[in-house]
Design a protein around this ligand. Structure first.
Ligand code: PEP
Ligand code: MN
Length: 322
């Protein structure tokens, strides 16, 4: 009989059904007991943490350095994106977020700039040396997003869009899966399993709050899911306190908590002029507030044995042209 050895124990159990009467050496077979519905995302499959790297840069998600992803909800113009990127990269964010395709509740709300937004994101990468995180809302937009993005985001509303997850699993870029608004831990992990089952093992999970009866926030940020994911899965998990709270004044406190609880990074909405934002202005930080958030995160990081890129690291990377 052949059996899988787990990296954790190097033993056949829990996979091999040794007491199985068929297992007498006459029938070659591989018996894998599936006690959980997910396999590839599981620590039983891979014990060590997955660290997602970006060739040619020192950016990573899941390593000792915290991954800080910051930028506006949506790319609105080159000026807006550059102003945001300038401030967040100076503060130490290595990843720039911004939607070119926006999943909006109302069809009359700003839907994003589409490919023009992606082109602006690519300019941000060139000018500020940041990795680009942007959302694909359907298979059609994913075709374009994967050509521009460093990380393809699958939004909360699409966490169980299985055809999109499978398509993301066939793309060559890392994929960040945001937790669905009412997704259980198992459903969250199964979404990542969908991506991995198509061959893309570079998956990042993102907790962004779930819907509850609480009405003092837009969502309830479920920070307990971070250690729960880390116990079961080797995949990195970042926390989005912007969508998780919906309120600017709660973003920094929940960012502190997210780092303290062991998240691998943060995704934070920052807008140069939040009051004029075309989407999610209420939860977007002013750049000065993001500076303060980073100062506080820098103090907490060593307590949980994590590091944060130094302020001004961007300049030393010599990627900025005037
Ligand atoms: C976003 O990050 O821009 C977004 C739309 O988030 P979510 O899918 O979590 O609502
Ligand atoms: Mn948003």
């Amino acid at each position: 009989m052949s059996c899988r050895r787990t990296p954790r124990t190097n033993k056949c159990a829990p996979f091999a059904a040794r007491s199985n009467p068929w297992d007498i050496g006459l029938i070659p077979c591989q018996l894998i007991r599936v006690s959980k519905p997910y396999k590839l995302v599981s620590r039983d499959f891979k014990e060590e943490n997955t660290v997602i790297t970006f060739p040619g840069t020192d950016a990573a998600i899941g390593g000792p350095g915290l991954a800080i992803i910051a930028g506006p909800c949506a790319v609105e113009s080159r000026e807006q994106a550059f102003a945001a990127a300038d401030r967040v990269s100076c503060a130490g964010a290595q990843f720039f977020r911004g939607g070119a395709y926006k999943p909006r509740t109302s069809p009359y709300s700003f839907q994003g700039l589409g490919e023009e937004g992606l082109q602006i994101m690519a300019e941000v990468r060139d000018k500020f040396g940041m990795r680009i995180v942007t959302e694909a809302i359907d298979n059609e937009s994913l075709e374009l997003v994967e050509q521009y993005a460093d990380v393809v985001q699958i939004g909360a509303r699409n966490m169980q869009n299985f055809s999109l997850l499978k398509r993301a699993g066939r793309c060559k870029k890392p994929v960040m899966v945001k937790r669905g608004m009412s997704a259980t831990l198992e459903e969250f992990l199964m979404a990542a399993e969908y991506v991995m089952s198509e061959g893309n093992y570079n998956v990042i999970l993102c907790e962004r709050g779930v819907r509850t009866f609480a009405d003092h926030t837009r969502n309830t940020l479920d920070l307990s899911v971070v250690p729960a994911v880390q116990r079961l899965s080797h995949l990195p998990i970042v926390v989005d306190p912007s969508h998780g709270t919906g309120k600017r004044n709660k973003v920094t406190p929940l960012s502190r908590a997210a780092i303290a609880v062991g998240a691998d990074g943060l995704m934070v909405e920052v807008h140069p002029e939040p009051d004029k934002a075309l989407s999610d202005g209420m939860q977007s930080l002013y750049p000065d507030q993001f500076d303060e958030l980073m100062a506080q995160v820098r103090q907490i990081a060593p307590v949980v044995r994590r590091t944060v890129v130094a302020i001004g690291a961007r300049e030393s990377a010599a990627v900025v042209s005037s």
